[in-house]
Design a protein around this ligand. Sequence first.
Ligand SMILES: C[C@@]1(CC(=O)O)C2=NC(=C\c3[nH]c(c(CCC(=O)O)c3CC(=O)O)Cc3[nH]c(c(CC(=O)O)c3CCC(=O)O)/C=C3\N/C(=C\2)[C@@H](CCC(=O)O)[C@]3(C)CC(=O)O)/[C@H]1CCC(=O)O
Ligand SMILES: NC(=O)c1ccc[n+]([C@@H]2O[C@H](COP(=O)([O-])OP(=O)(O)OC[C@H]3O[C@@H](n4cnc5c(N)ncnc54)[C@H](O)[C@@H]3O)[C@@H](O)[C@H]2O)c1
Length: 214
Amino acid sequence: MQVYPINLKLTGRRCAVVGGGAVAERKAAALIAAGAEVTVFSPVLTPGLSALQEAGGLCWTPRVYVDGDLHNFFLVFCATDQREINRQAAEAARAAGAMVNIADAPELSDFYVPAHIAQGDLLITVSTGGASPVLARRLREEIAARYGPEYGQYLELLAKLRPEMKKRLATAKAREKFWRETIDQEVLDLLRKGKFSEAEERMRHAACCIRTEP
Ligand SMILES: C[C@@]1(CC(=O)O)C2=NC(=C\c3[nH]c(c(CCC(=O)O)c3CC(=O)O)Cc3[nH]c(c(CC(=O)O)c3CCC(=O)O)/C=C3\N/C(=C\2)[C@@H](CCC(=O)O)[C@]3(C)CC(=O)O)/[C@H]1CCC(=O)O
Ligand SMILES: NC(=O)c1ccc[n+]([C@@H]2O[C@H](COP(=O)([O-])OP(=O)(O)OC[C@H]3O[C@@H](n4cnc5c(N)ncnc54)[C@H](O)[C@@H]3O)[C@@H](O)[C@H]2O)c1
């Protein structure tokens, strides 16, 4: 199914997870990592969710979901092992204005969660449109092996140099040429070896050599 890709900012946004099992844990952990305020409705939590709750990362309502629980949430994840409960909760949440993800009913969900890799601000996501979460996971593993932590550091360096290069390189053409030429393997190799200042130096030096046609 054709879906629309979007990267949501969730800092301070209220999100709910109904259910406290393995799927709920995966969804809650990713929400917390994105800065959301997470409430979990479930009589039981996995050890992972309990640890998050004890660390103050989420709010736990230690009982089954009841009608009226899902007001004032931005996103709601229905992830119990009870098909009918998931549907009821989804309907109530949507009526209250939330976007809903139903763990066992992709066809009724407003959105899917893609497999993802994050290295600093770099975010790579994989979706199969709901067709095969296992393939999404496999591709995520392959991509993770290819794009290591050096990409996060690289992005940090690029972000740091960007305002400087806007001043140093007079034209948009020169800046484009600079970024195209310096986004290369050599800088990444230096970062992989932990040679941060050398990587930065190499990029700064490259700015001196940029020539554009008059
Ligand atoms: C990517 C990932 C993200 C995440 O969950 O964070 C994710 N599922 C992951 C793993 C995974 N899911 C399942 C297995 C067991 C193998 C299997 O059964 O196939 C494994 C493998 C594992 O756990 O290793 C079973 C499963 N998943 C769904 C159903 C319901 C159905 O299809 O009817 C069933 C059957 C349940 C049953 O039969 O009872 C539905 C969805 N799962 C999605 C996302 C959405 C579509 C994403 C896309 O477009 O590809 C969608 C539609 C809704 C959603 O959840 O958003 C995450 C990878 C994490 C990683 O990267 O490691
Ligand atoms: N979307 C996905 O990625 C994905 C992956 C695997 C499985 N699934 C499906 O997701 C569902 C959950 O899977 P799981 O492995 O986390 O199950 P699980 O059995 O580990 O957890 C179910 C949780 O739901 C809670 N629960 C049950 N009734 C409840 C209620 N009325 N109110 C609140 N909480 C309630 C239980 O206490 C438990 O914590 C299943 O339907 C499964 O088929 C989805």
